[in-house]
Design a protein around this ligand. Structure first.
Ligand code: ARG
Length: 467
C-alpha cells in the first residue's frame, strides 16, 4: 500500500501503527472543507504560474465532482481504497489522482498537510459555529417564551441555596437568557480568532512559490493571513478557545438544568415538567424523573474534560507541528456534538415547562421579606445597620415561634420598634417588594418587561434564515 511519503522508505509501515496513526475515521468530517481549500489552492497555483490553466481546471472540475459525490454517496468514504487512507487529506488527494492522474499529482506543490489541517479546521468552525449560535438563540427564545408565559408569577430567589428575596419568575428565566447571550458573544470571539488563513506557511518555513496569500484569504473568506509560519503550523489556540466557549456554555446549561431539577421537584414544586420531557421509573410508579436535564448536567463533564484534556495535550509541544495535534479533532467534534444536542434537549424541556404560580408565590412570602421590613424602618429614618439588627431579632423570635411577619399583631410589631405602623402589612408583600425595586437590572416588573422585549428583539435580529 503506497503512502503519501512512501518514496522515503524501503519497507512497509507496521499495519497496527498505521491504524494507530490514522485519523480518517473522524476527520472525514472535514471533507468538504478540504475540497474547498484544495480548489482554492489549485487556483492559487495557477495564478502563481505553477499550474497550467489546463491542469488547474482539470483539478477544479475533478474536485467539484468529488465534492458532489461525497455529499450524495456515503459509500465513497468506506470504499476498499478509502480504508487505507491515513486522513481526509490523503483521501481527497488519492481520489483526485484516481480521477485525473498526473494533474492531480501536482496539486500538493508548495503545500503541506500541516497547514491544510489547520485550514480545514478553521473553515469547519466558520460554518459550524454559526449553527451552534443559532441553537443558542433558539434556546434564548424559548426562555423568553417562558418569561412571557410566567406573566406576573412570583418565586423566591436564592443565595447559598437559602431563600433570599422575591423575584418575578420571568426574571429567573431571563437570568439564564443573559448567560446564553454571553455564550453567543464568546463564540463571536472564537470566530474572530479562527479568521486567519494559514496557507502559505508550508510545512513550517513558508512556501517557495509566489502564492498571493491575500487573494487566497479573500477567496476562502478569511480577513487576514497568519503572521508567522512556524507559529501557524502548531497553533491550535482557536481549538482551545472553542472548547472553552463550549465548556462554559455547557456549564450554563448545567446550572439551568440543576435549577430546573430542583424547582420541579416535590420539595420545591414551583414548575412542572411536561410529561413529554420526563421519564418514569420501572419500579416506583409515582416517579416523574428529569432525565434529560440530568443528562445535560452530566454531559457537561465531557466537554470540560475535552477542554482540560486538550490544554494538557498542547502544553508540552515544541513550536511547529507535532502529530499530537491530531488529537484536536475528536475533542472539538465531541464538544460540538454534545453542546448541540444539549442545547436542543434543554430547549425541548423548557418549552413544556409550566409555572405553579400559587406554590411559587407562597414560597416567595414569609421571612424572605425581612430586607423589606428593614427598608421600612430605613424609610422612617432608622440607619440601615440598626434596622438590620431590629429585624434580625424579630426574625429570631418568629423562627422560634414558627410564625411569620403576617401573623404579627400591631402591638407585637411595635414591641420591636415604635416606628412600625399598620401600613407595614401592605409594605411587606412579595408584590410590594418587587414593585419597590428601582434599578434597570432589577426584578421590578417594568425593567423585566423591557428586558424581555430586548431579548426578543435580539433573538429576531440574530436568527439567520436557514439555508
Ligand atoms: N491528520 C493530521 C492531523 O490531524 C494531518 C496533518 C498531518 N501532518 C503530518 N505532518 N503528519 O494533524
Amino acid at each position: 500500500m503506497a503512502h503519501l511519503w512512501s518514496g522515503r522508505f524501503a519497507g512497509d509501515p507496521d499495519a497496527g501503527l498505521v491504524e494507530f496513526g490514522a485519523s480518517f475515521g473522524f476527520d472525514r468530517r472535514l471533507f468538504e472543507d478540504d475540497v474547498e481549500g484544495s480548489i482554492a489552492w489549485a487556483e492559487g497555483l495557477e495564478r502563481a504560474g505553477v499550474l497550467t490553466r489546463a491542469d488547474a481546471s482539470i483539478i477544479r472540475a475533478a474536485l467539484e465532482d468529488l465534492r458532489s459525490r461525497g455529499s450524495s454517496d456515503p459509500a465513497l468514504f468506506t470504499s476498499e481504497a478509502a480504508r487505507h487512507d491515513e486522513d481526509v487529506h490523503s483521501f481527497v488527494e488519492r481520489e483526485l489522482v484516481a480521477r485525473v492522474g498526473e494533474a492531480g499529482r501536482r496539486l500538493h506543490t508548495g503545500r503541506s498537510r500541516n497547514e491544510q489541517v489547520s485550514l480545514d479546521l478553521r473553515l469547519y468552525l466558520k460554518r459550524r459555529i454559526p449553527e451552534l449560535q443559532q441553537a443558542i438563540v433558539q434556546l434564548a427564545g424559548v426562555l423568553a417564551g417562558s418569561a412571557e408565559a410566567a406573566a406576573g408569577a412570583l418565586m423566591p430567589s436564592y443565595t447559598h441555596m437559602r431563600r433570599a428575596q422575591p423575584i418575578l419568575a420571568a426574571h429567573f428565566f431571563l437570568a439564564h437568557g443573559a448567560a446564553l447571550r454571553r455564550d453567543h458573544r464568546r463564540f463571536i470571539a472564537v470566530l474572530e480568532e479562527v479568521d486567519e488563513l494559514p496557507l502559505g506557511s508550508g510545512a513550517i518555513a513558508g512556501t517557495s512559490y509566489p502564492m498571493d496569500v491575500q487573494a487566497l484569504a479573500r477567496r476562502l473568506g478569511f480577513s487576514r493571513v497568519v503572521a508567522n509560519s512556524v507559529d501557524a503550523a502548531g497553533d491550535r489556540d482557536f481549538v482551545s478557545s472553542f472548547l472553552h466557549a463550549g465548556a462554559l456554555a455547557m456549564v450554563h446549561l448545567s446550572r439551568m438544568a440543576e435549577d430546573l431539577i430542583l424547582f420541579t421537584s416535590e420539595e420545591f414544586g414551583f414548575f412542572e415538567l411536561a410529561d413529554s420531557a420526563a421519564t418514569g421509573s420501572s419500579l416506583m410508579p409515582q416517579k416523574k424523573n428529569p432525565d434529560p436535564l440530568e443528562l445535560v448536567r452530566g454531559k457537561t463533564g465531557r466537554v470540560i474534560g475535552r477542554l482540560t484534556g486538550w490544554l494538557a495535550t498542547m502544553k508540552g509541544l515544541p513550536i511547529g507541528y507535532s502529530k499530537d495535534l491530531q488529537e484536536d479533532k475528536e475533542a472539538l467534534f465531541e464538544a460540538e456534538d454534545t453542546l448541540r444536542a444539549s442545547l436542543g434537549a434543554t430547549a425541548a424541556v423548557i418549552k413544556g415547562l409550566t409555572v405553579n404560580a400559587d406554590v411559587a408565590r407562597a414560597a416567595a412570602s414569609g421571612l424572605l421579606l425581612a430586607t423589606d421590613v428593614a427598608d421600612y424602618l430605613v424609610a422612617k429614618g432608622v440607619p440601615f445597620r440598626d434596622a438590620h439588627e431590629i429585624v434580625g431579632s424579630l426574625v429570631r423570635r418568629l423562627v422560634a415561634e414558627r410564625r411569620s411577619f403576617d401573623a404579627l399583631s400591631l402591638d407585637e410589631w411595635r414591641a420591636h420598634s415604635p416606628l412600625f405602623d399598620a401600613d407595614v402589612r401592605e409594605f411587606i408583600t412579595p408584590e410590594a417588594s418587587i414593585a419597590r425595586k428601582r434599578t434597570p437590572q432589577s426584578t421590578h416588573p417594568d425593567p423585566v418587561a423591557a428586558a424581555l422585549k430586548e431579548l426578543r428583539q435580539w433573538c429576531t435580529s440574530s436568527i439567520t434564515p436557514t439555508r
